[in-house]
Design a protein around this ligand. Structure first.
Ligand code: NAP
Ligand code: F7E
Length: 331
């Protein structure tokens, strides 16, 4: 019989790739969507006829209990979150409600309905923040630098705590930045590749950025959802760092992206101090030795391959619908 999985955050970048992966493995996939006045299904268009969507919200405990009770999944992937770091300073309490207490609600739903359900919790390298050691491993102490990072640290520890308190199979994937052509337009990789496409096609002539000197360990989202699935197939629940082990600056990102389109970035990129964060995570680099040896996981796309893939996808998308893209990017 096929396994059933619930994915919260299915309309997001990772949710869409995970849905495709689980469908390819024969899963019955149930996606959680929150009510909105207009549907936001562009990332899951190609799987909509093969999944089931159910309404629930991380803010609403009863909606989660009802969902888990009625679906009785084998696995639950909790990917839903307020995931944009700058927004967490604007809405710190809502960020905590979604990302921290929201996870407690998911854990409670599993504990009360069926403690045999396996849970994947989306932890983040933002928990390492002002890093205490280089590179970061599963044992590196946390020092989060934003309300987002703090909320994810809570979520991480409450997952560990429920595992140890109630013997749940609940794991946290400590994932470093991962990107794709489906990345939200506000994150720096996609902001850059979208701008490169619009500049190349004559629809824009400038790009404002914040700190060009921060470093991130960037990987490809489709590789990272494979690690999520592997983490739920192990004999024992455990937490894993998922990262490429190679770090690049935002400046490197800009150089590769503009260079791929034959553009000199210095002519177009300006600095806007309003994009500098109140507290910054300067440098992240992950050590995924444990995931590689115990899960057999490895990334398949390197930094240059990732950035050029994203530039090519944005060039194609913008060329196909320049007016629509222009309107969306001003929202
Ligand atoms: P994303 O594209 O921003 O997607 C977030 C998803 O969460 C969306 O489907 C969103 O639904 C949903 N959501 C937000 N609040 C919700 C609520 N109250 N109830 C139900 N659903 C809600 O994020 P992503 O990049 O795919 O990341 C997936 C997860 O991994 C997140 O938890 C993120 O914090 C974490 N993470 C991401 C990275 C990364 O580099 N991408 C790294 C480490 C950890 P709507 O479409 O309705 O907004
Ligand atoms: O910023 C710098 C910015 O917003 C990366 C989320 O998925 O990964 C993501 O968080 C870096 C930062 O991602 C701009 O200051 C410069 O140093 O793409 P980002 P993030 O904050 O690293 C982690 C692992 C998550 O868990 C999060 O959910 O780029 N930067 N100029 C800029 N960043 C943005 N967004 N926009 C700029 O104009």
């Amino acid at each position: 019989m096929s396994k059933r999985a619930i994915i919260t955050g299915i309309t997001g970048q990772d949710g869409s790739y995970l849905a495709e992966l689980l469908l390819s493995k024969g899963y019955d996939v149930v996606g959680v969507v929150r009510r909105s006045s207009s549907p936001n299904y562009w990332r899951i268009q190609n799987v909509l006829d093969r999944i089931r969507l159910r309404p629930a919200d991380l803010l609403d405990q009863l909606s989660l209990i009802r969902l888990v009770d009625e679906e009785q999944p084998d696995e639950l992937y909790n990917l839903a979150a307020m995931s944009f770091v700058p927004a967490s300073w604007d809405q710190p309490m809502l960020t905590g409600e979604f990302n921290a207490q929201g996870v407690t609600r998911v854990l409670e739903a599993i504990r009360q309905v069926n403690p045999k359900i396996r849970l994947y919790q989306a932890s983040s390298s933002e928990m390492f923040g002002k890093v205490r050691e280089v590179p970061q491993t599963e044992l590196t102490p946390f020092y989060p630098r934003s309300p987002y990072g703090v909320s994810k640290a809570f979520a991480h520890y409450i997952t560990v705590n429920y595992r140890e308190s109630y013997d749940l199979y609940a794991v946290s994937g400590m994932l470093f930045n991962h990107e794709s052509p489906r990345r939200g337009l506000e994150f720096v990789t996609r902001k850059v590749t979208d701008a490169v496409a619009r500049i190349k096609l004559g629809l824009a002539d400038a790009l404002s950025l914040g700190n060009l000197d921060t470093h991130r360990d960037w990987g490809y989202a489709a590789d990272y959802v494979r690690a999520m699935w592997l983490m739920l197939q192990q004999p024992h629940a455990d937490d894993f760092v998922v990262a490429t082990g190679i770090s690049h600056s935002v400046r490197d990102l800009v150089e590769v992206a503009f260079g791929h389109a034959g553009l000199d970035w210095r002519k177009y990129v300006g600095l806007d101090p309003r994009l500098i964060r109140p507290a910054e995570v300067e440098q992240l680099i992950g050590d995924s030795t444990k995931a590689r040896s115990q899960l057999g996981w490895a990334p398949t796309v390197d930094f240059t391959g990732l950035v050029t893939m994203m530039v090519d996808a944005d060039l194609e998308r913008v060329a196909a619908a320049p007016r629509l893209v222009d309107r969306l990017s001003t929202l």
